[in-house]
Design a protein. Structure first.
Length: 401
């Protein structure tokens, strides 16, 4: 009986010891879990700060400082600070002591500041002085997140600055364009008013001098007035095109019949330079175009071809199917051509080619206007040729489906 009692007492003592060990392990595990929860709360709090709308970087950094002490093992004796751009954000109880843990803040690969944690009193030595290994990992994670936040804010600041600069440039450009357009409209009005009277007077003069030796002089005056009027109208169209006010009145156009009529209209002009105009036309379906604007395009291209074609030479006008949805028109001369270095400037307003013939006139806006009008038709225009190789201008128009 006594032996049995001793055996039971031994088992009881052993169980008690095992239970004590288990409880100790449970307490230790619980303590570790609570520490990890504190660390996670700190990181989660940083994420929430970052996502808070309207919060400044100063407020974020100060908020992060306040989140640090509760995440350390001894929060009651913990203080913290974040240093960035010579600014220091710290807890109210911040004091530098001998018990310090720190991590650099890296911003775009460079040191931009520091995260510091201090204990206000001595604690037992563990991993890094009184600080746990997990606390080393945590301060590294905090510094990394702070670096990312700062990088993001710097990028946002730069973007806002660039956006503000862009708005200022756009406003300045719009003001300059408006001033230019206002001046041009005023100039057009000032030129048109006397020109209208001059045109009417020259027409009357031509009638009065018919069959006299002054008739030729009267024609020169009328042609000059009409030419100036055309230049002014082109300038007005370019200005309207630049501000999006140029519109089309498109309809179905028989392109072959249109080209034939334009050639008949311009034969006299070509004849002045001893130039023959030929056509090579395919049988094409109708195109969708504004016939008035199409006439402007063709007259500009033919006029240029007459000016640049070789004396006594010819101009060839062709049309063909460019694709299932578009036709292409070509105006080719066999003159001196345009140098390679000047070709990229051809369709810029007011650009004048350097090797232009002596008989060349105008303001340098004809091709710019052609480009605007072709693009309004949802087509494209381009040049092929070269110095001494003649010139070909091509443009496309949509085919009526």
């Amino acid at each position: 009986m006594t032996a049995r009692r001793q055996s039971l007492e031994t088992v009881s003592i052993s169980d008690m010891a095992n239970n004590a060990i288990a409880e100790a392990r449970l307490l230790e595990t619980t303590h570790d879990l609570l520490e990890r929860v504190k660390e996670l709360n700190c990181l989660y709090g940083i994420s929430r700060l970052r996502e808070k709308p309207g919060i400044s970087l100063d407020e974020i950094l100060q908020g992060i400082v306040e989140l640090i002490p509760p995440a350390w093992q001894y929060p009651q004796v913990t203080c913290a600070a974040v240093t960035f751009r010579k600014h220091i954000y710290k807890t109210n109880n911040f004091i530098e002591t001998d018990w310090r843990q720190a991590e650099d803040i890296r911003v775009n690969g460079r040191k931009g500041g520091t995260v510091e944690v201090y204990y206000l009193e001595k604690k037992p030595e563990v991993f890094e002085g009184p600080f746990l290994k997990e606390e080393r990992d945590l301060i590294f994670g905090i510094a990394e997140r702070v670096g990312h936040i700062i990088e993001s804010r710097i990028a946002e600041e730069n973007l806002l600055k660039m956006s503000a600069k862009e708005r200022r440039l756009i406003n300045k450009l719009q003001q300059e364009m408006q001033s230019k357009n206002d001046f041009t409209r005023m100039l057009i009005h000032e030129l048109k008013t006397p020109l209208t009277s001059l045109t009417a007077t020259s027409q009357l003069l031509l009638e009065e001098t018919k069959n006299t030796r002054l008739e030729k002089l009267a024609k020169f005056v009328l042609n000059g007035a009409n030419g100036l009027n055309s230049r002014i109208d082109e300038l007005n169209d370019v200005i309207r095109g630049e501000i999006g006010m140029l519109k089309l009145d498109a309809g179905k156009v028989n392109i072959n019949g249109f080209i034939t009529s334009i050639v008949d209209e311009t034969r006299a002009l070509a004849g002045q330079y001893g130039i023959l105009i030929e056509t090579e036309l395919e049988k094409l379906p109708q195109v969708n175009a504004d016939i008035t604007r199409l006439r402007q395009i063709m007259l500009n291209l033919i006029n240029n071809a007459c000016l640049y074609a070789a004396e006594g030479g010819k101009i060839t006008i062709r049309d063909s199917r460019w694709s299932n949805s578009a036709a292409v028109i070509e105006v080719q001369d066999y003159g001196r051509g345009i140098p390679q270095e000047e070709q990229r400037h051809l369709f810029k307003p007011l650009y004048m080619i350097h090797n232009q013939p002596e008989r060349r006139g105008g303001l340098g806006i004809g091709l710019a206007l052609c480009k605007m009008l072709v693009e309004l038709h949802r087509g494209k225009i381009w040049y092929e040729g070269g110095d001494g190789k003649g010139s070909s201008f091509f443009f496309t128009l949509p085919i009526v489906k």
